[in-house]
Ligand binder design. Sequence first.
Ligand SMILES: NC(=O)c1ccc[n+]([C@@H]2O[C@H](COP(=O)([O-])OP(=O)(O)OC[C@H]3O[C@@H](n4cnc5c(N)ncnc54)[C@H](OP(=O)(O)O)[C@@H]3O)[C@@H](O)[C@H]2O)c1
Length: 324
Amino acid sequence: MNYRHLGNAGIQVSELSLGSWVTFHLQTDLKASMDMMSAAYDAGVNFFDNAEAYALGKSEEIMGAALKRLGWRRGSYLVSTKLFWGLHDNPNEKNTLNRKYLLEGIDGSLRRLDMDYVDLLYCHRSDPSTPIEETVWAMHSIIERGKALYWGTSEWEAAEILEAIAIAERHHLHKPIVEQPVYNLLEQHRFGPEYEAVYKDHGYGSTTWSPLASGLLTGKYQKGIPADSRGAVQGYEWLQDGLQDAKRLAVVDALEPIAAAMGATLAQFSLAWCLQNPWVSSVITGASRVEQVHENMKALNFVAKFSDDVMTAIDEALGGLHQA
Ligand SMILES: NC(=O)c1ccc[n+]([C@@H]2O[C@H](COP(=O)([O-])OP(=O)(O)OC[C@H]3O[C@@H](n4cnc5c(N)ncnc54)[C@H](OP(=O)(O)O)[C@@H]3O)[C@@H](O)[C@H]2O)c1
């Protein structure tokens, strides 16, 4: 495993990390989740990603229980959580980044994780109805109270991130240091030109999500939705359009021989492609079974193989796709 700094920050994250969205609680119980976390940790993963909203808090409970049983030294790994959607249908507690919600929300997450602090706390989305200044002060307070060590953003516009950084600098507050954007061969917009100032000039880190586009980039959806796949998980039917989109499936067909020529599975190829972008700090992988973790960790063997010729072939394969 290699480790990369989260942008300019002192902390380092493993190039591949493991998250729990959809999987923990809905697809994997405590034992299966522990097995996957162990396989990742044994491969050198030091970052485990979570969120309040995942399985409505159950994902945090499983990860917390798993870490207790696994008994790893706290200094040897990082845990994140994220706040925004909330767990209660109440104007002050859902779809918000107000100070009250954030300060109470982190306490709820820590209770479920059974931890004293998380390493990274993300604002899971931006909240246009709360002044960014209020959110920046609240995140600073959470860090000052020792409940999180660093904070970041997820799916924020570049201009919003720059505003948060400017506010923090003006008041000498803890700045956000990392964005959590979607990033895979089919969805590349979060590293577009408007983000250059964020990643390059401000040394922002990035922990990227859905590197396999929810599994599409493994090739498993080429002949329909397998019964044992994410596409068939109850409550996630909204993913099915994207998993059956003819243009995206055609791109996957076109990528397959490029991966094969490299000696990689499509999953390994797609994960390794994310890591050839130097602005990516860590690629958060997802898995519903331990065999997938074993396969995905081997993606590291292919990162150096993205020559100019390979990149040209990928561009051609992506050709007809309108990237969102
Ligand atoms: N900040 C955000 O808004 C946000 C949003 C989404 C995710 N995330 C984070 O990013 C993490 C990763 O996202 P993701 O789970 O969507 O990643 P992904 O890599 O796009 O999809 C992972 C899913 O693909 C399938 N898969 C993975 N490896 C495979 C393999 N080798 N062979 C066959 N199938 C394989 C598994 O699903 P099945 O086996 O069930 O088909 C697995 O659960 C999440 O856990 C979460 O921590 C963050």
